[in-house]
Design a protein around this ligand. Structure first.
Ligand SMILES: [Zn+2]
Length: 306
């Protein structure tokens, strides 16, 4: 059941990219604002690694570092515009400017600094409701955003109500609670989406479809309930040389080639050895391909371990 929204609500919305705030919670943000609650939106990346819309709108093929920076600034202005339409002030947005399409890599190389920063912000803001991407979202920045927030909250000993949302991947449709929006709130949400002109220019129909979907949240713990140390994947053996397994928990982040990962032998399904995930919880594992690919979405993604 969704939490009660009132003036005690201290809502934190985690948006990996500009536009996630509107797609996932454009109605919820209005409802919390109208109830007199307080709101912060944390934007993890500036959405600057977004070459196809940029090529299209800027009429250029090559995009260098300066071009990416410019695109990120544009998208930051678009979020501010969307939030203004939703009745929020620019000061309610905080941008982290972490690498777009690079959050998983950064988790592996720099998780301490990431968790330190998130932890400091969480201690300062102390949300009682956190809206964050679903662990099962197929966009790699979304899945890892879930992992980062869960690890940071656990490290700070904070236990707000957690509501997850899914943007990419439809397998969970109908699995959560729908937030009912009034026709006026839906219209305002639609109008907010129009601020994201960098996205609507090339993919207008898709963006508008996303914004018309019901606002569905899963209250954690939900369908991704932790499942022991058994992994949900059995990849074909010919793929093994290209696969990596990553485990993230309260003791850090470890990564192995699939064939070198510490698994129990003689199990029907791949199962991690106890020492591979003995750190303080929560604990997560990800299976992914270790080769550059134009396909950006996760094939296997993350799971939560007990
Ligand atoms: Zn996103």
């Amino acid at each position: 059941m969704l939490p009660i929204i009132d003036k005690q609500t201290r809502l934190l919305v985690i948006a990996p990219h500009p536009d996630d705030e509107t797609i996932s919670a454009g109605g919820l943000l209005q409802q919390v604002r109208d109830a007199g609650g307080d709101i912060r939106i944390w934007l993890l990346t500036d959405g600057d690694n977004n070459p196809w819309p940029q090529r299209w709108l800027e009429r250029r093929v090559w995009i260098g570092a300066e071009g990416r920076r410019r695109w990120g600034m544009r998208r930051r202005r678009e979020v501010v515009g969307a939030l203004r339409t939703l009745g929020l002030a620019p000061e309610q947005l905080e941008g982290f400017s972490w690498p777009d399409m690079g959050l998983t890599r950064q988790l592996k190389t720099d998780h301490e600094a990431m968790l330190d920063l998130l932890g400091a912000r969480l201690r300062a803001w102390r949300p009682n409701t956190v809206v964050l991407p679903d662990l099962g979202d197929h966009h790699p920045d979304h899945g890892v955003a879930h992992v980062l927030l869960r690890l940071a909250l656990a490290r700070e000993g904070l236990a707000p109500c957690l509501l997850t949302y899914l943007v990419h991947g439809g397998a969970l449709a109908g699995a959560g609670d729908v937030l009912a929006l009034s026709p006026g709130q839906q219209a305002t949400k639609r109008e907010a989406m129009e601020s994201h002109t960098s996205q609507t220019a090339l993919s207008g129909a898709r963006m508008r479809q996303l914004v018309e979907r019901p606002e569905v949240f899963t209250v954690l713990p939900g369908h991704w309930a932790a499942q022991g140390r058994q992994l949900p994947w059995q990849p074909a053996s010919w793929l093994h040389p290209w696969l990596r397994l990553t485990v993230a928990d309260g003791s850090g982040v470890r990564s192995w080639r699939w064939g070198d990962a510490p698994m129990l032998e003689d199990e029907a399904r791949p199962t991690l050895r106890p020492e591979a995930c003995a750190g303080p919880g929560p604990r997560f594992a990800k299976l992914h391909m270790d080769i550059p690919s134009p396909w950006i979405f996760d094939v296997w993604g993350w799971c939560e371990l007990a």
